[in-house]
Structures are given as structure tokens and as C-alpha cells.
Design a binder for this molecule. Sequence first.
Ligand code: NAD
Length: 264
Amino acid sequence: MKFAVTSKGDAKSNALMHKIRAYLLDFKLTYDENKPDIVISVGGDGTLLYAFHRYIERLDKTAFVGVHTGHLGFYADWVPDEIEKLVIAIARTPYQIIEYPLLEAIIRYQHGGKETRYLALNESTVKAVDGTLVMDVEIRGDQFERFRGDGLCISTPSGSTAYNKALGGAILHPSIRALQLAEMASINNRVFRTVGSPLILPAHHTCMLKPVNRSDFLVTIDHLTLLHKDVKSIQYRVANEKIRFARFRPFPFWKRVHDSFVSS
Ligand code: NAD
């Protein structure tokens, strides 16, 4: 089996990365940074997001596992003290794989037939470059509302505990194939109206955002922020691809939610 280890880049994570690599090489596993079967991410949730995007072309072949060197993460749930246990478990393949849904974003432009496609593990957000974001929101081809406000956040179930949660969105179990649309400070008065509640869309429903007055936007895909000019539409739906996590012990999602947000 081929493995790779990614690190957050700080001294603690780097030291742990070297230790894991040495242990796995001792177990006669092959280090392959380009085509790994398993990626061990050492750092935090951000490090796993980074690893996900680094290996995005191999999602059907690569599984991920996260070790945290700071506080308990949603994707990084192994602690440095458990490294020996984790290494033995990895070496004793096969391991269980669990698959979680991803978000697909397709950005189309006003000129030409060019489009850009992204996959997000947590979410995509859309904000105006300056001033208020004004977007028509279509759901399944029908006009739903004209949004005015700071921005919109479209998240996956596993991203529902991240930015989405800070916006008052619901926490969704990642076994549910859905996307969630949450508002950022919508303008609501006698003239302007939005639904005001987060919406959860099933996998076969598409959410399309269409610019009204401006065409340049800041679009985030997980930790990446990109400026898109001359945007005609941004289409979101549940992706066909999935992320695969290597599971070596039970760690129920609701326990993770409890330990992160209620008490540890
Ligand atoms: P960062 O270093 O600012 O991390 C943000 C925090 O989000 C970290 O504590 C991380 O552990 C946590 N996090 C990431 N994914 C999570 C998940 N699925 N569930 C629960 N917590 C999660 O930024 P980064 O490391 O580059 O991560 C980018 C992410 O930050 C984005 O995907 C977005 O979800 C999140 N974010 C949150 C807010 C907010 O809560 N107001 C604002 C911007 C971005």
C-alpha cells in the first residue's frame, strides 16, 4: 500500500509527520506523494482541507485520515499519543472506508462558453467585491428569491459544523446527501424579502445564483478565495464524487459534535 503524509508546517506537525513516515516505512509500506492510497494529514481541519484539494484528482482512489496537533478537529480526530496505534491499524489493511458527500460549484461567465468547476469539502461562499451582494436565487430552475445582503454560504453536510454553523445553519449528519444554503446578514424590510431560514436541498435539486447588478464576485471554495469576473451564474449541487475517510475505530458524528461544541 502507498501512503503520503501532509503537515500543517509547524515544528510539532512536521516532527509527527516524519515519525509517522518512518513508522510506516518500517512496516514496509511505500511512500508515494503523488499516488497515495491513504493520506495522513497532520495538523488540523485546515490541513485536511488542504490535503483534500491536493489529491482532488484521486478521490476515488485515496482515503484520508486526520491527526490533530492542536485542538480536536472534525476531520483531524487522532491525537499525537495514538500514533503507534494508528500506524499499526494502517499497516493492517484492509480498513473501513466511509464516504461523505461533496459540493459541486460550476461558475459560468458572460462571454464565451467557458466554465469553471470546483469541488468543496466544507462549503462555497459568495460575496460582493464591495457593497451588498445582490443575487437571484433559483432552486430547481424556478426563481425562489432575490437575495440582498453580505453573502450566501452553500455547505456540505460535513461542512455544516463549520462556517454554516456560525451563520445559524443546521448541523446535518454527513450520511445525508444534501446541500445547505445559509444567508449572511440578509436585508429584510418592507421592500426587500428573503426567506430568512437556512434551506436544505436534496441531492437531485440544483441551486443557481444569478447576478443582478454586478458581475464580479469573491467566491470561496473551502479555504480558497478567488475573484471571478463577468460571472453569468453559479450553479451548486451535490457532487457525484465523494470524499473517502479511512476509519479505524468508531467515532460517531454526534459524539464529535458533542465533544466540539457542548463539552469535551
Ligand atoms: P481557519 O484556520 O480560520 O479555521 C477555521 C476553523 O474552522 C478552525 O477552527 C477549524 O478547525 C474549523 N473547521 C474547519 N472545518 C470544519 C468542519 N467541517 N467542522 C467544524 N469545524 C471546522 O481556516 P481554515 O483552516 O483555512 O479553514 C477554512 C474553513 O474555515 C472554511 O471552510 C470555513 O468553514 C471556516 N470559516 C469559518 C468562519 C466562521 O465560522 N465564521 C469564517 C470563515 C471560514
